[in-house]
Ligand binder design. Structure first.
Ligand code: SF4
Ligand code: SF4
Length: 159
């Protein structure tokens, strides 16, 4: 079944999602959902837990799903989840299946290639064309709150 293959790309099995307690901690810490809490940004409210439930029930997830479109792969949800469910990797599996390229992932990889770590201002700059195209740029002020502005320490090859 296609959905099993998508979840499998994250190293999970469909049954693994049955441990989800519905606590919605993932939604409460989600970077994208945070933006949606502002009444002006209600169009981008997302709920990672809802996505898992829909996958568990075998529902088709479309390319229009806001989490598929906007997830930044920040892993805040996984860090906070009591079961460490790797939601961003499941989203990545969905994107592969739906043949959607993520500018955020491209930027993350570029950052790691250059500095050996994620450097948020670089990721942001590389994502600007996408942010403009999606109308996401109106959330820029909030986004800057997630960034720590400092010179990057290169850890690649470091001791
Ligand atoms: S990885 Fe995606 S789903 Fe998880 S907190 Fe970040 S933006 Fe939200
Ligand atoms: S934090 Fe984990 S257990 Fe809680 S709702 Fe989200 S995925 Fe399920």
């Amino acid at each position: 079944m296609q959905i099993d293959a998508i979840i499998g790309l994250a190293g999970h099995k469909k049954e693994d999602l049955s441990v989800c307690m519905g606590c919605r901690i993932c939604a409460s810490v989600c970077t994208v959902n945070d933006l949606g809490k502002d009444p002006h940004n209600a169009d981008i409210m997302v709920n990672p837990q809802e996505l898992l439930v829909r996958l568990f029930l075998g529902e088709e997830i479309s390319a229009d799903n806001p989490l598929v479109r906007y997830c930044t792969s920040c892993y805040r949800c996984t860090d906070a989840c009591p079961w460490k469910i790797r939601i961003p990797e499941i989203v990545r599996g969905l994107r592969e299946s739906l043949e959607i390229a993520s500018p955020f992932e491209k930027a993350f990889k570029g950052s790691v290639r250059i500095w050996g770590r994620v450097y948020e201002p670089y990721v942001f700059l590389m994502s600007v064309p996408f942010l403009f195209k999606e109308g996401y740029i109106k959330h820029m002020m909030k986004w800057t709150g997630y960034m720590s502005i400092h010179l990057p320490h290169k850890v690649k090859g470091g001791s």
